[in-house]
Design a protein around this ligand. Structure first.
Ligand SMILES: [Cu+2]
Length: 109
């Protein structure tokens, strides 16, 4: 086996270990009739997160959550969580709101 081949083989074997991405940060957001808590989540441009919406007994219309950037609609339920993965854009933020656009929140800077 030549030196080149040996190096190539080593790279192929080591590759996947280096390519593995860290798990996205999980952020818990409590849904209340008063809005989303927290309603602003600080995150870096390009950062991947999982928004974990936690349902409560009194949510009003805030329970229907729309993430416009990914065209995602979810419904929060009392005592349960619903997860929405998001990626923060290079500039600005990912916003989410209830389907009536009354309760609002954002992830980014
Ligand atoms: Cu609403």
């Amino acid at each position: 086996m030549t030196m080149m081949r040996r190096l190539l083989l080593l790279c192929l074997l080591a590759g996947p270990a280096f390519a593995a991405e860290p798990a996205p940060r999980r952020v818990e957001i409590t849904v209340t009739a008063d809005g989303y808590k927290p309603e602003k989540v600080a995150a870096k441009p390009g950062e991947k997160l999982v928004l974990v919406f936690k349902g409560t007994a009194d949510m009003g219309c805030c329970d229907s959550i729309v993430v416009a950037a990914t065209n995602t609609k979810v419904k929060a339920q009392n005592g349960k969580t619903v997860e929405v993965p998001v990626t923060v854009p290079a500039s600005g933020a990912v916003t989410f709101a209830c389907s009536m656009n009354m309760c609002k929140g954002s992830v980014g800077n």
